[in-house]
Design a protein around this ligand. Structure first.
Ligand code: BGC
Length: 332
């Protein structure tokens, strides 16, 4: 009897041990499966792959375009491959566009700097890749949509502001990024169209900075030496303000020059704050980036999209800057 009890006890103990081990093993397998699934989920590629190609990565304006686009990745399960030359280089930018076409991404969002971009955009569209332009449009191409400033109107706005602020009397020098860049051409065209209607204003020189701060300074310096009667400058891209004011400072002309230029970069905001720059045309680069991804998603999903999406361009003067700061809770 005693022996039978021992055997039963041993059998029961073995059963409990085997059962407990089975449960433990089952749980281990389950959690291992869950881990594998989780890893697989996080490393799985996004549903869509877009290429976003801008003018220069090492630039505050384009950093904001990229941040805006990247912010939308999670919402739409899209990977935005954001690329561009480190410093503005249209040929390199064209090569990046060519690579995006060849790598068959799901959508291309590109700044179409000049008309050399049109054949490549059309090639992408022929291969079934939808293309949008951002910041600078290529209206002659078969791109589906454009998002960015209305560059002609922004030029007009700058012209109207200069006329108002100088009370219609000025001798003007223009520093532009590059003569071949479509958006700079439009910004000059709009500006000139307004100035044409004002008798007291004359444009005496237009030079290109090659999208470079030093380039802008050299050109502004040369202009001020050749045309000492210049009383106002108009710069059509972000770095022009820094270059123009640096040249003016060297020639001791900072106080009596009127300067209007593009973009609310930190440097331009500082120059506006200390009175070296009088007015800025503020664009919306972050919104250009984020909306471009939303619009491209609509295109891919076959939803109807408008062809032109103009983002705001507004004039910022020193008091507006102070107001923006107080809105952001900063003191100055
Ligand atoms: C333009 C961009 C340009 C940037 C830097 C901005 O005003 O809209 O196209 O890349 O200036 O020059």
């Amino acid at each position: 009897m005693k022996r039978t009890a021992i055997i039963y006890t041993l059998l029961l103990a073995s059963f409990v041990f085997v059962f407990a081990f089975a449960i433990y093993f089952y749980n281990q397998v389950q959690s291992y499966d869950a881990k594998i699934k989780k890893n697989a989920d996080t490393s799985s590629p996004s549903a869509y792959h877009f290429a976003l190609i801008g003018e220069e990565m090492d630039h505050v304006y384009w950093r904001l375009v990229g941040e805006g686009a990247k912010e939308k990745e999670g919402e739409y399960d899209v990977f935005v491959e954001y690329e561009g030359p480190k410093r503005s280089n249209p040929e390199e930018q064209l090569k990046l566009l060519d690579m995006a076409v060849k790598s068959k991404v799901d959508g291309i969002i590109v700044q179409a700097l000049n008309d050399k971009f049109t054949p490549l955009i059309n090639q992408a569209v022929d291969q079934g890749i939808p293309v949008m332009t951002v910041d600078t449009d290529a209206p002659e191409s078969r791109r589906v949509a454009y998002i960015g400033t209305d560059n002609y109107e922004a030029g007009r706005l700058a012209g109207e502001t200069l006329v108002k602020d100088t009370k219609g009397k000025a001798t003007v020098g223009i520093i532009t990024g590059r003569f071949a860049n479509a958006h700079h051409q439009l910004r000059i065209e709009g500006f000139k169209d307004v100035l044409k209607q004002t008798d007291g204003i004359e444009i005496v020189a237009v030079e290109e900075s090659n999208i470079d701060r030093i380039g802008a300074e050299e050109q502004a310096y040369k202009m001020l030496r050749e045309h000492p009667d210049i009383t106002a400058f108009y710069g059509t891209s972000t770095l022009d303000g820094g270059g123009i004011t640096a040249a003016a400072e060297k020639l001791n002309r900072l106080d009596d020059l009127y300067v209007i230029t593009f973009d609310l970069s930190d440097e331009n905001a500082q120059l506006l704050q200390n009175g070296a720059i009088d007015a800025l045309v503020e664009q919306q680069p972050y919104q250009m980036g984020s909306r471009s991804v939303e619009i491209m998603m609509d295109i891919i999903k076959g939803k109807p999209v408008e062809e032109i999406h103009h983002t705001d361009a507004t004039i910022i003067r020193k008091p507006d800057l102070l107001y923006q700061k107080s809105q952001a809770g900063e003191t100055s």
